[in-house]
Ligand binder design. Structure first.
Ligand SMILES: Nc1ncnc2c1ncn2[C@@H]1O[C@H](COP(=O)(O)OP(=O)(O)OP(=O)(O)O)[C@@H](O)[C@H]1O
Length: 335
């Protein structure tokens, strides 16, 4: 996969002006007449990276699908800037908005090159002619995703992670101003996750595209997104920077769990530590407490802090639940 320190060469779409905000207004949408989202209003800012986070089933994919015109709202609108996209011709929409669903299915027997080339369909002329710029866009997408050596392989023969990169390449080949990606990193190993997000964010910077991604890995979401939108029960529960959204309180609310967020000042990264629900005989961080005979050399209990103010702080935040002392280089983030 290509190093993201290299500039991304503009092939066709590279020098476009920044796209418009994606504005979701009073949106009610669902399946078979049953709403999943009710009166949702949220803006995904132009030329920025937004991460959509939230528990399984809270409506992230539904929101993305509505933005991609895969679902028809029963009320409300999706706008690009000041324009209601429901009125757009589908070719115009496909040239402007790219969408990668959660579990795309490749046609049987299709090669990597063929599938990625489908990203160029909206750009084909009146007679469907294939042009040099289409070749360039496909080659660039394959190179960016590290798939240049895979062009003749059948998509069905690839690993889950390789297949996911093919779908990302298809979305890149489409060269749209807006990219909506539903869990683009799910099947990728940790290095490929960072590669793909580096590439997407580099494209966002160099081309000014608007990127909206559903991400389950909160630490990655916090690291890469300019804006985080946390959803709960079909509504937006929190919206803001990682510092605003990645807090113990928001995560506890949105995911219905106890969590502790650590901030690494060296990298700016935020790391979420899920804590087990308090249960008798179970330490929230380390799991079950031994109930049998103590070891011959037991670790002495941690003495209470000398500073009474530290006691009060711990009590206000619900206590630390017997957590070990924080590493020195990690600052805890509080709401
Ligand atoms: N095609 C469908 N038909 C009927 N109900 C659906 C359909 N797709 C999703 N739902 C329901 O809509 C709700 C929201 O689903 P959605 O896929 O938007 O959640 P999500 O936040 O993306 O979840 P996950 O993190 O598990 O992908 C869920 O209750 C789900 O069962």
């Amino acid at each position: 996969m290509r190093s993201t320190n290299e500039p991304v060469s503009p092939s066709g779409a590279g020098e476009r002006a920044a796209s418009s905000d994606v504005v979701v207004r009073d949106l009610t949408v669902g399946y078979g007449g049953a709403p999943v989202l009710r009166d949702v209003t949220v803006t995904f800012p132009a030329g920025r990276v937004t991460a959509l986070v939230g528990a399984n089933g809270c409506g992230k994919s539904t929101l993305l699908k509505a933005c991609a015109r895969q679902l028809t709202p029963t009320a409300g609108t999706v706008m690009l800037g000041a324009e209601d996209v429901s009125a757009w011709h589908r070719t115009r929409f496909a040239r402007t908005v790219g969408f990668l669903p959660q579990d795309p299915v490749a046609p049987e027997g299709v090669s990597v090159q063929e599938l990625v080339s489908r990203g160029r369909h909206p750009h084909r002329g009146a007679f469907g002619r294939w042009r040099a710029q289409d070749d360039a866009a496909v080659a660039e997408a394959l190179e960016l995703t590290g798939l240049s050596a895979f062009t003749d392989r059948q998509v069905g023969d690839l690993s889950g992670g390789q297949r996911q990169r093919v779908w990302i390449a298809l979305a890149l080949a489409q060269q749209t101003d807006v990219l909506l990606l539903d869990e683009p990193t799910t099947y990728l190993d940790i290095a490929r996750q960072a590669d793909v997000l580096d590439i997407l964010c580099e494209l966002q910077r160099s081309r000014g595209i608007t990127l909206v991604m559903v991400l389950h890995e909160l630490s990655l979401a916090a690291r890469y997104a300019d804006l985080m939108v946390a959803m709960k029960d079909g509504a937006v529960a929190a919206r803001g920077s990682a510092a605003d959204v990645m807090t113990d309180a928001v995560l506890s609310d949105v995911f219905d769990m106890r969590a502790r967020v650590l901030h690494d000042p060296a990298t700016g990264a935020r790391v979420v530590i899920p804590l087990s629900a308090p249960r008798p005989g179970r330490d929230p961080l380390t799991g079950p407490r031994p109930t049998t005979t103590p070891s011959p050399d037991p670790v002495p209990p941690t003495p209470p802090p000398a500073d009474p103010a530290a006691h009060r702080g711990a009590a206000r935040s619900g206590g630390t639940g017997g957590l070990p002392a924080r590493p020195d280089d990690l600052d805890e983030v509080h709401p």
